[in-house]
Write a protein that binds this ligand. Structure first.
Ligand code: AMP
Ligand code: MG
Length: 284
């Protein structure tokens, strides 16, 4: 039997008023007391359940259902967003996943409202959408680097809450994950990228410039968690210094989210017995 959570991550990691990012222990494993190798076994089990639920969601979407799931991944460089995609979403059928990575807006995107490219990437019914970065960059990197003045980014918190409410009301469950890495762990991970030729491609000299602004990012992330962890789209603060823990936690968050939809396999819209008889009657 795979070991279990003492407190499931939806409870252990949900951001509620009073959460203080600056005080969080990012090497902790809240709700999980069994260490790394038991975690891999647990994730494998959760992955099988997640995979079955994903197939049910996909089938539901094919049969006129309107439900979908959106996983929003935010975090500093090296926080492990790509690893979540590979190791957690990698456990389900790729047809069912719609992944979008949001980088520096293109010229065309800059001429549009910042939520426009987000709207265009929302998952269709039956899919699990994954955002590797998201509209939150418009109150994070944009704020920290003063790409627009405060009177422009400040109203975005309320606007984002209203936007997400609209998305939820249309049938999408939103799961927002802040992958939280400590500055010391980030240094080690950037250092590793510089030690290994197979990791150079992941390194961007600009990451070191962004890292220098850590206190400003901390303040910006705190504001995001304070202002946008709503009942309709809560944030989960996932300590990510242990990659195995972050993957375990997100796997379980997704499994629980999908199971809570209580989807049924779509009923046949044909006469099953009649179709069996037709098939059996064929000489081939
Ligand atoms: P990566 O995720 O490492 O490929 O890098 C993507 C880069 O795009 C990051 O440095 C983000 O901060 C940046 N980025 C994403 N969205 C925005 C945005 N709305 N405005 C400015 N920069 C952004
Ligand atoms: Mg990067």
């Amino acid at each position: 039997m795979a070991k279990s959570w003492s407190t499931p991550p939806r409870e252990a990691l949900r951001v509620t008023p009073g959460y203080r990012l600056a005080d969080a222990d990012l090497a902790a494993t809240p709700g999980w007391e069994h260490g790394a190798s038991a975690a891999d076994k647990r994730l494998a089990v959760d992955g099988r359940h997640l995979s079955e639920e994903q197939e049910r969601l996909f089938a539901d979407g094919r049969s006129g259902g309107t439900r979908s799931v959106l996983l929003v991944l935010q975090g500093m460089d090296t926080a492990g967003k790509g690893g979540i995609v590979r190791h957690v979403l990698g456990m389900v059928d790729p047809q069912g996943v719609q992944l979008h990575s949001f980088g520096v807006p293109t010229q065309k995107e800059r001429s549009q409202h910042y939520l426009q490219r987000i709207r265009e990437a929302l998952p269709s019914p039956g899919r699990i959408g994954v955002f590797d970065r998201s509209h939150y960059e418009d109150v994070l990197v944009v704020r920290v680097n003063e790409l627009v003045p405060p009177e422009v980014w400040e109203p975005r918190f309320d606007e984002i809450n209203a936007f997400e409410r609209e998305v939820v009301e249309a049938g999408t469950v939103i799961v927002k994950v802040a992958l939280l890495v400590s500055p010391a762990e980030q240094r080690a991970r950037l250092r590793e990228r510089l030690e290994r030729p197979d990791k150079y491609w992941k390194f961007n000299p600009g990451d070191i410039d962004e890292r220098a602004k850590w206190p400003s990012y901390l303040e910006a992330y705190q504001a995001v968690l304070d202002r946008t962890s709503t009942d309709h789209a809560p944030w989960y603060a996932v300590p990510a210094d242990n990659k195995w823990y972050a993957r375990l936690a997100v796997g379980r968050l997704l499994r629980d989210t999908l199971e809570d939809l209580h989807l049924e396999w779509p009923a046949a819209d044909f006469d099953v017995e009649a179709q069996k008889a037709r098939l059996d009657a064929q000489p081939l």
